[in-house]
Design a protein around this ligand. Sequence first.
Ligand SMILES: NC(=O)c1ccc[n+]([C@@H]2O[C@H](COP(=O)([O-])OP(=O)(O)OC[C@H]3O[C@@H](n4cnc5c(N)ncnc54)[C@H](O)[C@@H]3O)[C@@H](O)[C@H]2O)c1
Length: 328
Amino acid sequence: MTATRVAVIGAGSVARRHVGVLGGLPGVAVVAIADPVAPAAEALAHECGAQPFTVAEQALDATEPDAVYICVPPFAHGAPEKAVLARGLAMFVEKPVAADLAVAEELAALVAEADVVTGTGYHWRCLDVLATARRMLEESPALLASGYWLDKRPPVAWWGRTDRSGGQVVEQLTHVLDLTRLLLGEAREVFAAGARRHLPAGEEDESDVDDVTAATLRLASGAVATLAATSLLEVKHRASLHTVSRGLVLELSETGLVVDDGASRVEHHPQEDPKVAVDREFIEAVRGEREGTRTSYDEAVRSHRLACAVAESARSGLPVRLVEGDLR
Ligand SMILES: NC(=O)c1ccc[n+]([C@@H]2O[C@H](COP(=O)([O-])OP(=O)(O)OC[C@H]3O[C@@H](n4cnc5c(N)ncnc54)[C@H](O)[C@@H]3O)[C@@H](O)[C@H]2O)c1
């Protein structure tokens, strides 16, 4: 089998994770790592036998990959995608697809034109236990969902600035919003509020993102959802989505599914780590072994629109309606 050649743009923590997973898949060669910070590109390239570059376009032209992973922070999306799409290459983009909506919409139009294979970092979609959850929800649709992202603040410098990360809803809660869409359908209206902690005298914080957010979603199905996010903790407490149907509670997280029907509480553990499944699926789609991925760019942009609507409502204090055109 000819190896599938992969280039990676961005050499931070999530890039390292993908490089590790790709290295364990048969017939995949990571050939280029590009990052404007030369030591970062060199260190990761050294680990996987790839060539390091500081300019993404040079990496693509020198190594002619079949597929490209874009693992840059939210604010840096735009130029990397345009370079990949201009060359007609398959593209995997880490979530969120941008820090704001304008860049994401511009790229979504280019992706649709380019008609390339896409995958994104919404790997919760690749949890195999979701098939069980979906079957149960088809029989007994959920009327309520509660989603959580209760965590510490990530240690990267860009995270605390809205113009760099988009804020916690756009950057982290987006996984839970994506799962809400997948299991309960599209949202029609959102209302959210955020707050920041009072700093003790003498303590300074350059961050401008909310420390907590609470949101309510009204869904097209008639169901409602509540969501809570915080970055105030020392360690991650919970990232999950709970659904409530008649006589049935489902608790979904990255690590599995709990089914509570009142009579029993049964845990279902995934057979395959979704962080592995998401890369395996993308590579299979690049090779033409499967029709697309479950984490297409189009789906990612829909979830990003919802996250941006929640963030906008928290900013303005006003409800935001998602009209049919926004849902597409
Ligand atoms: N799906 C997941 O589970 C998951 C997990 C972690 C991070 N992420 C996402 O991945 C993205 C990156 O996160 P991270 O933790 O790796 O960040 P990071 O700060 O560790 O790494 C980002 C890297 O991108 C580089 N970079 C910045 N601009 C660039 C550009 N224009 N071209 C090339 N490289 C550029 C930086 O120099 C840095 O090395 C974030 O959006 C984050 O939300 C997703």
